[in-house]
Design a protein around this ligand. Structure first.
Ligand code: ZN
Length: 199
């Protein structure tokens, strides 16, 4: 038996498919949306479509941006010889929020995970190596998560970079195991950065 109309069910299904939203929250959101003025719903829907259409990868660091180069890569106030490697744009945002990191980034968009079948070719690793060949880089700080995948990725990257002679460091593991970088407070992030060690 269908509890609601087909359209409501469809909306609940779509919302429930989003990460972190269970069946209950999806139902609550669906009814909230249906109760909203039509104009507001249209604005929300259009904002989502626009974001999806406009957003692309920065041509240098591969973070999500609206332009060819993201604000960090486009800034002459940043130290372009220090590259921090992060798993995703949210991790980049977490470090940016501290306001204390002056280098640039490289976003991998994932981590190596043999269990999930994600290999080195599935993340933006080749792109990182290309940057190291074309840019003047003095240090690569590996700031992948302290999960198994994050550590595997860090080891893999350091092995690739070592022969180039470029300094490779890893952020301190004060970061809780398996903890997403974005969930960690700024003090912990800065401590992890300052306590980084040579690989
Ligand atoms: Zn960039």
């Amino acid at each position: 038996m269908e509890l609601y109309s087909g359209s409501v069910n469809k909306l609940i299904d779509e919302l429930a498919a989003l990460p972190g939203i269970g069946e209950k929250s999806a139902g609550r959101l669906a009814f909230y949306l249906i109760g909203m003025p039509k104009g507001k719903v249209e604005r929300l829907a259009n904002t989502m479509i626009e974001a999806r259409e406009k957003v692309r990868y920065c041509s240098r660091c591969f973070t999500l941006t609206d332009k060819e180069l993201c604000p960090v890569c486009g800034s002459d106030k940043r130290d372009h010889s220090t590259i921090m490697v992060v798993e995703n744009s949210r991790d980049l945002a977490a470090y940016e929020k501290t306001g204390k990191y002056s280098g640039v980034y490289h976003v991998l968009h994932g981590a190596i995970s043999p269990m999930l079948g994600i290999g080195p070719g599935d993340i933006k690793l080749k792109e990182l190596m290309e940057r190291l060949q074309t840019e003047e880089v003095g240090e690569v700080i590996i700031a992948t998560n302290s999960s198994l995948e994050g550590e595997t990725t860090a080891m893999y990257i350091s092995k690739l970079i070592k022969p180039t002679g470029i300094r490779v460091t890893r952020i301190a593991s004060g970061v809780p195991v398996g903890g997403d970088l974005e969930c960690i407070d700024e003090v912990t992030l800065l401590r992890a950065l300052e306590g980084r060690t040579e690989l």
